[in-house]
Design a protein around this ligand. Structure first.
Ligand code: ATP
Ligand code: SF4
Ligand code: MG
Length: 318
């Protein structure tokens, strides 16, 4: 992948720690190394609380890492401040689960779509409706929706508006944090198709956070599997079903297949509860739930190793 696609963003040894009660430390992300490429989708998958949103919040500069760097075209964006940070924010946009929840019900769709453009003084107020219509068409909604209010729209339509809004500043990267999780399966599919289409047209890099490995593998060129703040496997989405190697990835897939690929159900069928990121054991973070756990796994933390083309695994079995 790295040979043929332009590298846009590089997370290097990114760790995020939060202070927790009793003077303890919660490690939400531990030593993460991931890349994003032009026109490609990076999927991040894992159970609730594994640290997916924490990572992407740092990518969109809502938070800074405790350690490590995030390079955007070679520049460490974690060091940006003030006006430089404000201007940089145009490059990486985020689509939330329900982007419209953040907006006043009194705002019309054209105000919602055009707000980022007005903030950066890229258009005049008089141009709002025409611009909104253009972006509504881009996300396959009728131009007349520009005059509507969000409550007069379905969840899928609102998500299309969220995507339209994220595109207005012509970002190089869009981060979708569970952007389709609240939608019906059939609507989810049409939104994913839209994202894929827009990506091809605009050559955008997409970061797609999802707890559903079946969904993410269908969409992501590259998938990073996260467990308790650690990336445990990275590989092309279309090879996961047959080629994944980490016991956790296999468990996730097993859980999905047991559910007959029901996209609606969260992955909760792995038998034991995941330990908390407050007390990650020494050694492999997955040891308590792993059928293959060996003595070495309890002492030594496995690091990501190259096991094939574009395929890395952190497990002592390999
Ligand atoms: N601001 C914060 N302060 C303290 N702890 C936090 C903070 N933000 C996240 N955490 C903790 O960090 C861990 C990772 O959280 P994160 O939201 O990144 O998980 P996630 O994978 O996005 O989960 P979900 O699928 O439920 O959205 C969790 O244990 C969470 O409680
Ligand atoms: S390192 Fe050991 S405990 Fe961890 S996933 Fe591999 S076999 Fe299981
Ligand atoms: Mg999250």
């Amino acid at each position: 992948m790295s040979d043929t696609h332009e590298l846009i963003l590089e997370a290097i040894h990114v760790t995020k720690k939060y202070p927790a009660s009793g003077g303890r430390v919660l490690t939400a992300n531990h030593d993460i190394n991931l890349n994003m490429y032009r026109g490609r989708t990076l999927g991040v998958v894992g159970e609730s609380g594994c640290g997916k949103s924490t990572f992407m919040r740092m990518v969109v500069s809502l938070e800074n890492p405790t350690e490590g760097e995030i390079l955007y075209h070679g520049q460490d964006i974690t060091k940006l401040k003030g006006e430089k940070l404000r201007l940089h924010r145009q490059n990486i946009q985020m689509v939330f689960q329900d982007p419209m929840a953040a907006f006043s019900p009194k705002m019309r769709i054209m105000d919602i779509i055009c707000e980022p453009l007005l903030n950066f003084k890229r258009i005049k107020k008089s141009e709002k409706e025409a611009v909104a219509r253009k972006y509504l068409e881009m996300v396959e909604l009728p131009g007349d929706f520009a005059l509507r209010y969000p409550h007069n729209m379905s969840g899928g339509q609102r998500q299309r508006v969220g995507i339209a809004r994220s595109l207005t500043l012509e970002p190089e990267i869009i981060i979708c944090d569970e952007a389709t999780a609240a939608l019906d399966v059939s609507v989810q599919k049409t939104i994913i198709e839209l994202l894929v289409k827009l990506q091809k047209e605009k050559n955008i890099a997409i970061g797609f956070i999802c707890h559903d490995v079946a969904l993410v593998q269908a969409l992501a060129h590259e998938v990073a599997v996260m467990y308790l703040g650690n990336i445990v496997e990275v590989m092309p989405g279309d090879r996961i079903a047959k080629g994944c190697m980490h016991p956790y990835t296999k468990a996730l897939l097993g859980a999905v297949f047991d559910l007959k690929m029901d996209f609606d159900k969260p992955i909760e069928s792995i038998e034991s509860e995941a330990p908390s990121p407050l007390d990650v054991p020494a050694g492999c973070p997955f040891q308590d739930r792993c059928d293959h756990c060996m003595e070495k796994c309890k002492k030594e933390r496995p690091v990501l190793k190259q096991v094939g083309k574009d395929h890395q695994v952190a497990c002592h079995l390999y």
